[in-house]
Write a protein that binds this ligand. Structure first.
Ligand code: XUL
Ligand code: CO
Length: 441
């Protein structure tokens, strides 16, 4: 059901429906069919698509070379609460016209930060009440909330990792407000993306103290949220660089080590973002697999990078091959634990029609849907799984099985190998696997 505020912002655009790949309607899904069951769940349940408040409602296209280009008709008032309510009206019109069930926000995406913490807190509370009504009316849910602990100049040296304790305390106050808002809106998860939690030069940095302080900060967040009834997951969102040169949550493996080192493994999982994976010189699917192996595949921030440059371009997903490989990991590891797929992506600076926001999200949803269908077909209609199982068949019986069960010593391996002749050469058959994937696209 479409939920409008006082004004309709996206005039002429109705609820986006699935029309199938033969449709020429640009404002229709070609592959994302919310009610279609794939591998035992509807697409809606698999993906839990979410709108990112910051990009979709707030990203006006400014870059280091020029100001914003997008004249969003909401949030034009000078009164911060009026502007915030208009933005919320536009957000819920957009979410419900897209047919999505979820959204995500940073505290100050909802309303402009005030000059004092207590005034900011009041503003957020007003917006929480307003959003509650919108959510109830539309059955929309909060996938995750977070605090923006990186934009304000006070966080230029970091938030929880700041060398000045007073800034850490400020960050804590802001974190508490964001957790309170997330709990009040029944947020299903809470995210930590370590925007400036890292460093530019080791010369002026006590890395160990900074990282331990981030750990302490997260344990405080967990303890506070749990004692206030929060049942959801906490996610760390890895990113290797940008804005700092060395970010502490470099990639999935680094973040998993941090989670375990800091005793957070009962409560924390990962939110894997495509463009962050590629900035870390990994593939998206690699990062998903690393998270899944640790039982920590929590959520996804969907976007894509650009193969020709090295920064976070946050483009909307459109790479079907990449999505299909990712969805193989997704299906084989049983999907996401608690999270969903948040479009942390922005339209290009020169995509200035309001309609472009819809086209971008439609393309993103269709890319994931198509990836899911391809992965499901590969798993069910090809010998992919058999090939992969056979590749490791030597661990299923005999000495290989004893090795896996931990029954052999290094001396046993040595004795065994001396009795064997040179092992048979066995092809990895990468091209065959690639052809199978392509065959199902
Ligand atoms: C930045 C990024 C953030 C987080 C939330 O690269 O991805 O928007 O998702 O703070
Ligand atoms: Co993100």
């Amino acid at each position: 059901m479409v939920i409008l505020g006082e004004k309709e912002y996206f005039k002429g655009i109705n609820e986006i429906k699935y029309e199938g790949r033969e449709s020429d309607n640009p404002l229709a899904f070609k592959f994302y069919n919310p009610d279609q069951v794939v591998a035992g769940k509807t697409m809606r349940e698999h993906f839990k698509f979410a709108m990112a408040y910051w990009h979709t409602m707030g990203g006006v296209g400014n870059d280091p070379f020029g100001p914003g280009t997008k004249l969003f008709p909401w949030a034009t008032s000078n009164d911060p609460i009026v502007a915030a309510k208009e933005k919320a009206d536009a957000a819920f019109e957009f979410i419900t016209k897209m047919g999505f069930d979820y959204y995500c926000f940073h505290d100050f995406d909802l309303v402009e930060e005030a000059s004092s913490l207590s005034e900011s807190e009041k503003r957020i509370q007003i917006m929480v009440d307003y959003l509650k009504q919108k959510m109830n009316a539309s059955n929309t849910k909060l996938l995750w909330g977070t605090a923006n602990l990186f934009s304000n100049p006070r966080y230029m040296n970091g938030a929880a990792s700041n060398p000045n304790f007073e800034v850490v305390a400020w960050a804590g106050a802001q974190l508490k407000i964001a957790i309170d808002a997330t709990i009040a809106l029944e947020g299903e998860n809470y995210v930590f993306w370590g925007g400036r939690e890292g460093y530019m030069s080791l010369l002026n940095t006590n890395m160990k103290l900074e990282q331990d302080n981030v750990g302490r900060f997260m344990r405080m967040a967990r303890d506070y949220a749990r004692s206030n009834g929060f049942k959801g997951n906490f996610f760390i969102e890895p990113k290797p660089m940008e804005p700092t040169k060395h970010q502490y949550d470099f990639d999935a493996a680094t973040s998993i080590n941090f989670i375990r080192e800091q005793g957070l493994e009962e409560d924390f999982k990962l939110n894997i973002e495509v463009n962050h994976a590629t900035l870390a010189q990994h593939t998206f699917q690699h990062e998903l697999q690393v998270a899944a192996n640790a039982g920590m595949l929590g959520s996804i921030d969907a976007n894509r990078g650009d193969y020709q440059n090295g920064w976070d371009t946050d483009q909307f997903p459109n790479n079907i091959y990449e999505a299909a490989e990712a969805m193989l990991v997704f299906l084989k590891s049983g999907g996401l634990q608690g999270g969903g797929i948040n479009f942390d992506a922005k339209t290009r600076r020169n995509s200035t029609d309001l309609e472009d926001l819809f086209l971008a999200h439609i393309g993103g949803a269709d890319t994931f849907a198509r990836g899911l269908l391809v992965a499901d077909a590969v798993l069910n209609n090809s010998n992919y799984e058999t090939l992969l199982d056979n590749r490791y068949a030597s661990f299923e019986e005999g000495k290989g099985q004893e090795f896996v069960e931990g029954k052999l010593t290094l001396e046993d391996l040595s004795k065994l190998a001396k009795r064997l002749s040179e092992p048979e050469q066995i092809s990895g058959k990468q091209e065959l696997y690639e052809n199978i994937l392509n065959q199902h696209i």
